[in-house]
Every structure is written in C-alpha cells, then in structure tokens.
Design a protein around this ligand. Structure first.
Ligand code: EPZ
Length: 418
C-alpha cells in the first residue's frame, strides 16, 4: 500500500493549476448513459473514482475512450443496466447510474452501497424520488432493482433533506420522463449546475439549477454534446490552506472563487490573505499569525463539509479555540484523532470539535481514513516539524489529481513510497 513521506516546515511558493472537479465529472460521466450518441467531456481528472465510473460505463456496454483529460463515451446500446457490487463497494457515487439507466432502459439493477468511513450514507432519497417518477423499486439480495417498463412520468418531488447526488440522480431520470418534474429542496451545489449545463447541451429542458427548485420538462431523446467540467473547488480550497498553513505564497490557476465564497470568508477571518489577481485565479499569502474561527458545515453555498477536515488542520495552527461543527455527516472527524497524534489539541463532543491552538505539530506515522481526512493529514504534515508518514493514501488517490506532484512543484518535500 502506498504511503506519503513528508518533511514539514517548508513555506510553499509558486503556482498550481487546478484540475476538473471529481464530483462534477462523476455525474457527467453517468449522464453519458442517457444517449446513444457520443459525448465528449473535457477536463476529467484522472483520479481513481473516475476510473471506477469509467469501468461502470464499460460494464453497461459503453465505449469509453480516454485521451489525457478528454473522455469520450459512446453508449450506443446498453447491454447491462447494472452496477455490480465489486464496483459499487469501492465507490458510493456508483448510485449515480441508477437514474440514467432506468430512464434510458426502463430498468436498472444497482448494488446497494454499504456504510462508509464518514457515515451511514443511505440512498433512500434517490429511491423515493424515482418512485415518485413511477419506477417500481424493490431491494433484494443487496441490489436495488428499479423498473419502469413504460417509461418514467414527470412528478413533483420534495426532498426530505438536501442531497447532492440524489438531486443529480433524479435530474438525470427526469430529463427523459414524460411531462414536467419539479424538484423541491434541490441541492444548489455548483456540480449540480454543471450537470444541468451538460444535460441542456444534450437537448434537455431544465430551469432553476443552482436554486432549490428545479423544473425539468422531459424530452423523448437526448443527443451527443461536448462539455468542459468546472474547476474542483475542494482541491482549490485544500491548496489555499496549504499556502496558509505553511506561511507560504501560492497562486492557483483555473479555479472559480465564486464557488468558494463561504470558505474564503473563513480563511480570511483566520488571517490568511486571499486575493483574485485575475479572473480564474486565487492567491493566498500566509505569514501573518493565524487566528481561530468557528465553522459549521452546510450545504452549498455554506461552508462545504468536504473542506472541514482540511480546515481543522489549519485551526491547529491558529491562536485560540475554534469550534468546528459538522452537520452533514455523522462521523466525519476521524482525522481529529490522527491530528492529535501529531500534537494537536482537539476535543470531540458529538458533532462538534474544539480545536485549541496554536500547538506545534510534530511529524508522526498516521493513517488516512477517507479522502478529505487524508488531505488534512497531508496539510498537517506540511506544517509539522520532522517527518510524517501517511499510510493508506489510496484514499487520497480517489479524488486528488497527483497531489504529491502538485505540492512538490511548489517546494513541498513530499514523496510517494511504494
Ligand atoms: C456528495 O455526496 C459528494 N459526493 C460528497 O463528496 C459530499 O461530501 C456530499 O455530497 C455533501 O456535500 C459526490 O458528489 C460524488 P448527500 P452525497 O446525498 O451526494 C443524507 C468527497 O469527499 N442522505 O448530499 O452522497 C446523507 O447520509 C465526497 O468528495 C440520506 O439520508 O451526499 C448525508 O447525511 C464524500 N439519504 C446527507 O444526506 C439519501 O438518500 C447529505 O448527503 C441521501 C443522502
């Protein structure tokens, strides 16, 4: 199993190019199942979850051609309207093929994702939404089997709570349903908007993406399209913290500040200087003393749960006590225990973490427990004295595009150990 070895204490300086968003690329790839024509997607990050989604599409019968960051998917005929256990168990977002498959084929069989390190993460809301559209769904032998032999019918769906992939799954089902679908309490994440933009290019009729009410008028057929994926806002946020926590100076290019307003405000409150020297760029200047700020994770446009672990690493280096409240997932503090092994002073109380800083961090052997937790350990390792060895970095490979190469290029002493 690969590990990262980091020698901390080096202020990072230089420029990093941001990759396409993993969480946008995943639904975009799933959306390719909705048409028999070829769909060309640019800026697809070459990370492990994307490879898993590509395998899922191939399993369904699609031809997937990867040329650098350009991926062409041609799903001429669907041979298997199925997402098998072996693929779903490595990536929960596999449930994103449920909506498109049932819309295109009138049936789908998708393995039920199990729990994961950050929480139970059920997909009951995806199922309830599809049922509203007329799919008959049963769960048997660890699989969700959905059937709509006469096609889906538009309906009003009010989600009980906001779900990102649930909104995306239903959006992809509704574009081919007869009549109008209205999704209430829809997720407003930029990735939902990006998916809607792609679907509209493919011929779908969608209004309101990016707000909490999305209206979809179903069409009989979608066609091929070309689309470029948006910047990864979580990778952007992670590198902004890398600049701040190492007292460095980084320029990020190809990013979108508009997608990170709540996060940037908190980083600014903590004393990091953030500016936008040109459209599509962000600069972070560390160097000033960091101050504690409280954060509460929320759905977009609030502070993203996917940046909570990284922000906690930063708060270990800030003066005062920061209260970090996680409201989206019930078990997303695994990194706190590993950060404590590096000298951080963190007390956990249910969904709240109290981080008392600034405590000097010292390099240690730590274990990555999930994707964003791994990123927080990398950040702590960059700030720590001495050597940090992070085990199980396959978690980070699921969602960060060559993170060690990007960090090394701006001066970090980080290597991958096989
Ligand atoms: C998406 O997961 C992201 N994944 C996650 O990114 C992200 O953390 C999460 O949204 C929240 O922003 C992708 O986009 C592929 P949810 P998703 O459905 O859609 C509960 C990362 O690190 N819920 O919005 O699975 C759920 O348990 C990851 O890149 C139900 O109860 O998250 C959670 O508490 C990890 N029933 C809350 O809703 C359901 O049917 C929000 O989850 C669905 C969700």
């Amino acid at each position: 199993m690969d590990k990262f070895r980091i020698q901390g204490g080096v202020p990072l300086a230089g420029e990093i190019a941001i990759s396409g968003a993993k969480n946008s690329a995943l639904p975009a790839l799933a959306a390719c199942l909705l048409t028999a024509d070829a769909v060309v997607l640019d800026r697809i990050p070459p990370v492990r979850d994307i490879h898993t989604m590509e395998k899922l599409l191939e399993h369904a019968g699609a031809r997937v051609t990867v040329t650098g960051e350009r991926v062409t998917v041609a799903a001429g005929a669907i041979e298997n309207a199925e997402a098998p256990y072996d693929l779903v168990k490595t990536m929960r977002a596999s449930s994103l093929v449920l909506g498109p498959l049932v819309a295109r084929c009138g049936r789908a069989r998708v393995s039920v994702p199990g729990g994961c390190a950050i929480g139970a993460r059920p997909i009951n809301l995806h199922v309830a939404g599809l049922e509203k559209l007329g799919a008959v769904i049963r769960q048997e032998h660890g699989y969700i089997e959905a059937e709509a032999p006469h096609g889906l019918e538009g309906a009003e769906v009010a989600f009980d709570r906001i779900t990102v992939t649930g909104t995306e799954d239903l959006l992809m089902a509704a574009v081919l349903a007869r009549g109008e679908t209205v999704i209430y309490n829809a997720a407003r994440e930029p990735e939902v908007v990006d998916l809607a933009d792609l679907l509209v290019k493919m011929g779908a009729n969608i209004e309101g993406a990016g707000t909490s009410v999305i209206r979809i008028r179903g069409v009989a057929k979608l066609h091929g399209a070309e689309h470029t994926i948006i910047a990864d806002r979580i990778e952007t946020g992670t590198f902004l913290i890398a600049g701040a926590i190492t007292q460095g100076s980084l320029l990020l290019t190809g990013c979108e500040a508009e997608h990170l307003r709540a996060f940037i405000a908190k980083l600014d409150g903590a004393g990091a200087e953030i500016s936008e020297p040109a459209p599509g760029t962000l600069r972070v200047e560390g160097g000033k003393k960091l101050r504690s700020v409280d954060v509460t994770t929320e759905e977009h446009p609030g502070f993203a749960t996917d940046l909570q672990a990284q922000f906690m690493a930063l708060m270990t280096q800030a003066e005062g006590i920061a209260i970090i409240t996680e409201t989206i997932f019930e078990n997303r503090f695994m990194h706190a225990l590993e950060l404590a092994r590096m000298g951080a002073n963190i007390r956990l109380e249910g969904s709240r973490a109290m981080v008392a800083g600034a405590m000097p961090l010292s390099g240690a052997q730590v274990i990555a427990s999930d994707l964003r937790a791994s990123a927080s350990l990398v950040l702590a390792g960059l700030a720590a004295h001495g050597e940090t060895l992070i085990d199980r970095v396959y978690h980070i490979d699921r969602g960060y595009d060559r993170i060690e190469a990007k960090l090394a290029q701006v001066g970090a002493r980080i290597t991958r150990v096989h």
